[in-house]
Design a protein around this ligand. Structure first.
Ligand SMILES: [Zn+2]
Length: 307
C-alpha cells in the first residue's frame, strides 16, 4: 500500500474555515474549491509547495454546497479550462446554477426563519461566493473510477449531508476525501448538518467499512468537547471522527424521539426543547443553519416513515 501525498490548503471565507486538498498524483487533482475569494488565493498556496494551478488536471467536487463549488469556475479558468470538473450528477445543479442554492435553503429552512430575508441574503451570497455557473465536464456516480495518471480514485456515494455527496477514495492508500459527510459534533456552528439522517448514518457506516488510512475533512469539525479535529486524519483519527459522527447522530435522533413541534418565541422554535436536551446554544439563524436543516431532515423522515 502506498499513500499519495496530500496537501491541505486553507481556503478561508469570513468566519468559516474551508479546506481544499491537493492530491499530488501524476495528474494533479484538487478536491473542492472554496469560494470566489479563496480560489483567488489558491494558486499562491500551490506555488508555496512547488505546484502550479496550470498543471492541475482534475477538480473533484465532493458536493454542491457553495463553500465547495464556489471557486470551481475561477480555478477551471486558471487551468486554461484544461482540468476536468467532476461532481455527482445529483449535485451538479449546484454547479450549474446560483439560484439552486437559494431554492435549497428555502426548501430546507425557509419555514423556520424569515423566508424573504433568507432569500435575499442567500441570493447576495451566491453572487459574491460563486465565481461562475458552469456545466461539469464529468458527472460521476457511485462506483466510478477516475485515473489520475496511474493513481486510481474511486467514487463512493455518501448521501445525507446533501443528496449527491460523494467521497473520493484513493484505492491503493485507502485515503478518503469525505467532504462534509462526517460532521462529528459540527463545525463552527457546533451542530452537525445533514438533509437526510438515515442516509447520513448509512454513509458513515459505509466509509467506516472502508477502513480509511487517511481521512480528509472539508472543515475542522469538532469533538464532543468542542476541540477541532485536524482536517487530515490518520487511521486512528479517522475511526474517532467517524464514530463521533455516528454517536452525535444517535444523540440527536434520541432527543427528537417522540418530540412534538411546539411554536415558541425561542430562536430555536419549534425545536426549543430539542436544543435544550442537546445542550445546543449556537445561533440557529446563522446561515447555513445546520440546526434547522437537520431538524427538517428528521421531520421529513418521520413523515415518510408514517406514510
Ligand atoms: Zn457542505
Amino acid at each position: 500500500m502506498t499513500m499519495v501525498d496530500v496537501h491541505p490548503i486553507a481556503a478561508p471565507w469570513g468566519r468559516f474555515a474551508l479546506y481544499s486538498f491537493l492530491i499530488d498524483a501524476p495528474e494533479l487533482a484538487l478536491v473542492d474549491t472554496g469560494v470566489t475569494a479563496s480560489a483567488a488565493g489558491l494558486p499562491v498556496e500551490l506555488e508555496k509547495i512547488g505546484r502550479r494551478i496550470e498543471d492541475v488536471r482534475w477538480i473533484l467536487l465532493t458536493h454542491g454546497h457553495i463553500d465547495h463549488v464556489g471557486g470551481a469556475h475561477a480555478l477551471w479558468e486558471a487551468t486554461g479550462r484544461r482540468a476536468e470538473v467532476v461532481i455527482s450528477g445529483t449535485d451538479a445543479g449546484f454547479l450549474r446554477s446560483r439560484r439552486a442554492h437559494v431554492e435549497e435553503a428555502l426548501a430546507l429552512r425557509g419555514e423556520f426563519v424569515d423566508a424573504a430575508a433568507l432569500e435575499a441574503a442567500k441570493t447576495a451570497e451566491t453572487l459574491e461566493a460563486i465565481s461562475g455557473e458552469m456545466e461539469p465536464t464529468v458527472t460521476v456516480e457511485d462506483g466510478d473510477v477516475l485515473d489520475l495518471g496511474g493513481v486510481s480514485v474511486r467514487v463512493v456515494a455518501v448521501p445525507g449531508h446533501t443528496a449527491g455527496a460523494v467521497a473520493y477514495v484513493i484505492e491503493d492508500g485507502r485515503q478518503v476525501f469525505i467532504g462534509d459527510a462526517a460532521q462529528c459534533y459540527g463545525a463552527a456552528s457546533g451542530f452537525p448538518g445533514y438533509e437526510n439522517p438515515a442516509a447520513y448514518r448509512s454513509s458513515l457506516e459505509k466509509v467506516r467499512a472502508l477502513d480509511p488510512q487517511g481521512l480528509y475533512l472539508g472543515h475542522p469539525y469538532r469533538r464532543a468537547d468542542g476541540t477541532p479535529y485536524p482536517v487530515a486524519l490518520d487511521a486512528a483519527g479517522a475511526r474517532e471522527a467517524l464514530e463521533g459522527s455516528l454517536a452525535r447522530e444517535a444523540e440527536i435522533r434520541a432527543a427528537l424521539d417522540g418530540y412534538i413541534r411546539v411554536e415558541t418565541g425561542s430562536p430555536y422554535s419549534p425545536f426549543a426543547a430539542v436544543a435544550e436536551r442537546l445542550g445546543y446554544t449556537g445561533d440557529p439563524t446563522l446561515e447555513p443553519s445546520p440546526f434547522f436543516t437537520t431538524m427538517h431532515g428528521y421531520c421529513t423522515q418521520r413523515q415518510e416513515n408514517h406514510g
